[in-house]
Design a protein around this ligand. Sequence first.
Ligand code: AMP
Length: 124
Amino acid sequence: MAYAYDDQNIFAKILRGEIPNSTVAESEHTLAFLDISPQAPVHILVIPKGQYVTADHFAAEASPEEITDFWKTFAQIVSDQGVGDGGNGYRMISNSGSDGVQDVPHFHLHILAGRRLGPMLQRV
Ligand code: AMP
């Protein structure tokens, strides 16, 4: 099944410069910016500039250059925030689809840090 990308999603509008963002890092294929509704002292979103709906879509169809650029940018942000090697750590989340409760249908990583984040999931 083909992945259907909605180019009216809010991150597509950010990438086109139609709405503002607080940029943390930018590279050829990747943009990172502050989450507008932070759930931790550090809450950064990392997105590819290409039109990918989910993590698996990106992994399946992005070019090696896009994939490398994305993960190197991620690593640089973790380092810049001081939460990686030798730091207090972080949580990286990517929600996909309806069961994953993905609100914005453009692949993104959440980087959360700066406090103890508690258990990964509540059992319900
Ligand atoms: P998800 O539920 O994983 O799709 O997460 C979407 C995230 O995007 C949420 O954490 C929102 O707070 C965040 N968000 C929505 N609109 C914006 C925006 N204009 N700028 C920055 N973050 C946003």
